[in-house]
Design a protein around this ligand. Structure first.
Ligand code: C2E
Ligand code: CA
Ligand code: CA
Length: 278
């Protein structure tokens, strides 16, 4: 669109939009350091359903509304925060906010789990275990209600260190799920070395599942693998009734996705908990 307006930049051409995007990224890079202390962060909760279409838990997804930039997607700022170290303070903000949400649910008589996304740098940080333990004690939230989601890349970043941290956390009652299963790592041997409760089928497989295609084969294989390893299987990115039904036919009983509910604010959660599905 801006091809005519592009300005020479060394040997390549960067469009005005490209420069604006670059400036935005540089500004975001600076802002993420003080984000945890601002009032621009909030936590969205996306419900996870069982085969009876009852809510069994939620995934906590961070949201940033910036006065300067508008809504900034976590897919944009989380990798930047991981790169420059701001992920530690942001990650702590998420743990605190998830505990507050759990308390709110518990106070209304709802005992559900909340899954939080933990990045590779966070899990190996020396203060992470201490922080988790201290925060849960301070808030009075049982560790059993907090599920920690790790991607395959995080799990294999430093295998022996990650394993011993996970074993320590598992002793305290925390549980773990493998996020975006099937997208990150080619070896499966890590599955038997870690204390894992859940395999989350990546939304790209669920979304592109069609009779007889490779995605369907991968989904079915993941469901069988989880069951053989005595793990639960959660399908994410379920967008249609057909996908939900196909997953149920293949014995995948836990679903998350737009078909059921989009990530929502804590205020909407109460209403959703009373809504029935058919
Ligand atoms: P993720 O962990 O794979 O989270 C699922 C993403 O899929 C979320 O995007 C969610 O809004 C979206 N989603 C849910 N249902 C559907 C569906 O039916 N269809 C489609 N197409 N998408 C669906 P979101 O919230 O933009 O988050 C993007 C990524 O940012 C997350 O991917 C996760 O890797 C990261 N992230 C989000 N919150 C946090 C956080 O608190 N900490 C860390 N470390 N990473 C986070
Ligand atoms: Ca996740
Ligand atoms: Ca995921």
């Amino acid at each position: 669109r801006n091809a005519k307006k592009s300005a020479p930049f060394g040997s390549c051409h960067i469009t005005k939009d490209g420069i604006r995007e670059y400036d935005r990224m540089v500004a975001i890079q600076e802002r993420v350091h003080s984000l945890y202390d601002s009032d621009e962060l909030s936590l969205a909760l996306q419900p996870q359903y069982n085969a009876e279409a009852e809510i069994v838990g939620f995934e906590a997804l961070i949201r940033w509304y910036s006065v300067e930039f508008g809504w900034v997607s976590p897919a944009d700022f989380i990798p930047i925060a991981e790169e420059n170290g701001a992920i530690h303070s942001i990650g702590e903000w998420v743990v605190e906010a998830a505990c507050d949400a759990l308390l709110e649910l518990m106070n209304h008589g709802h005992h559900r789990t909340i899954s939080i996304n933990v990045s590779a740098r966070q899990i190996v940080a020396p203060e992470f275990v201490l922080f988790l333990n201290r925060t849960l004690k301070k808030k009075g939230v049982p560790a059993q209600l907090l599920m920690l989601e790790l991607t395959e890349t995080a799990l294999v970043s430093d295998m022996s260190q990650v394993r011993s941290i996970m074993l320590e956390l598992a002793k305290l009652g925390f549980r773990f799920s493998v996020d975006d299963f099937g997208t990150g790592y080619s070896s499966l041997s890590y599955l038997k070395r870690y204390p894992l409760s859940i395999l989350k089928i990546d939304k790209s497989f669920v979304n592109e599942m069609a009779p007889g295609n490779a995605n369907e084969a991968l989904v079915k294989t993941t469901i069988t693998l989880a069951s053989s390893l005595k793990m639960s299987c959660v399908a994410e990115g379920v967008e249609t009734k057909e996908q939900a039904e196909e997953l149920l036919r293949n014995a995948c009983y836990f679903h998350q996705g737009y078909y059921y509910a989009k990530p929502c604010t804590a205020n909407d959660v109460e209403a959703l908990l009373f809504k029935t599905w058919n």
